[in-house]
Design a protein around this ligand. Structure first.
Ligand code: KMH
Ligand code: ZN
Length: 279
């Protein structure tokens, strides 16, 4: 399974997401300037990849094509991070717009392996859409990160690889997104079950736990040789009643936890090799 040296750790930061409002959380990076500054701070703290959702002028989630392109360009100019665009968007985004995200030519894209109840909403990922997005990523030479919200999604990855072969770049990287109300719980036993089901082709995996499952998932992932995703998309507090002020705090905490596990944060170049993204 993971072929990386266990003394390294990929830290991906997901700084914004599509669910939290600017009104509820003014420190959420929603403008391009805020996003680039956050990305720079997170890179300096030890992140190697950024998972990006963007907002419009009113701070609402958007998949606007020109904003996406500008964002990719600004992140490439301002940081060395691997740039991963979300194709999940918000639960309200039509499938057609989510496919068009690849027109912005990111290094990587998220690719969720199935439909999930998402709180009171539904995060829709019908199988034909998953297949279309996957084939498009192969064509456009964009490396997918397979988002696994549930055990069924892990098995769907088996089916996808059997049907369409390996991703562009030949590596297979997955991210367990745990603790979403409607998906698998953010617990060590659930992570153990998910990792046990991963197809043999998987070369690396990371995990993130939503809300209060953040720490259990982080510690379980570290103990199993997994990588980490952190960020305000997934958690807004450092501890009960202590709000996150900057995404870099979450990266710093992941770096410190990695250090305890005797694993050092990977550089973006090392992450490019791990993930097989375009040079
Ligand atoms: N915002 C969620 C509905 C992704 O980025 O690909 C979907 C999500 C997954 O965040
Ligand atoms: Zn996301």
């Amino acid at each position: 399974m993971p072929t990386t040296s266990p003394d390294q750790i990929l830290i991906a930061v997901a700084p914004t997401g599509a669910e939290t409002t600017k009104q509820d959380c003014p420190q959420l990076p929603t403008t391009l300037e805020e996003l680039v500054q956050t990305a720079q701070e997170c890179e300096a703290a030890g992140a190697a990849m950024i998972h990006v959702h963007i907002r419009d002028a009113d701070h609402h989630p958007t998949l606007d094509q020109s904003r996406l392109r500008d964002t990719v360009q600004a992140l490439r100019e301002g940081t060395g991070l691997v740039v991963q665009l979300s194709t999940g968007g918000s639960v309200h985004d039509p499938l057609e717009s989510r496919l068009k995200v690849l027109d912005a030519e990111p290094d990587s894209c998220s690719l969720t392996m199935g439909t999930t109840n998402f709180g009171d909403d539904v995060f829709s990922n019908p199988w034909p859409f998953v297949c279309e997005l996957y084939q498009l990523s192969q064509e456009r030479q964009v490396v997918p990160e397979f988002e696994l919200f549930d055990l069924g999604h892990v098995h769907a990855l088996r089916r996808l690889i059997d049907k369409f072969g390996l991703p562009y770049g030949g590596k297979v990287h997955c991210d367990f997104v745990m603790g979403v109300p409607g998906g698998m719980p953010g617990t060590a036993p659930a992570l153990v079950a998910g990792v046990a089901l991963l197809p043999g082709e998987v070369t690396s995996w990371s995990a993130t736990g939503i809300g209060r499952s953040t720490l259990p998932v982080m510690l379980a992932a570290l103990s199993m040789g997994g990588h980490l995703r952190v960020g305000m998309e997934d958690v807004l507090t450092l501890a009960k009643g202590v709000p996150v002020e900057r995404n870099a705090q979450l990266v710093e905490r992941a770096v410190a936890a990695g250090r305890v596990a005797q694993r050092r944060a990977m550089t973006p170049d090392e992450a490019r090799t791990l993930l097989g993204v375009r040079p």
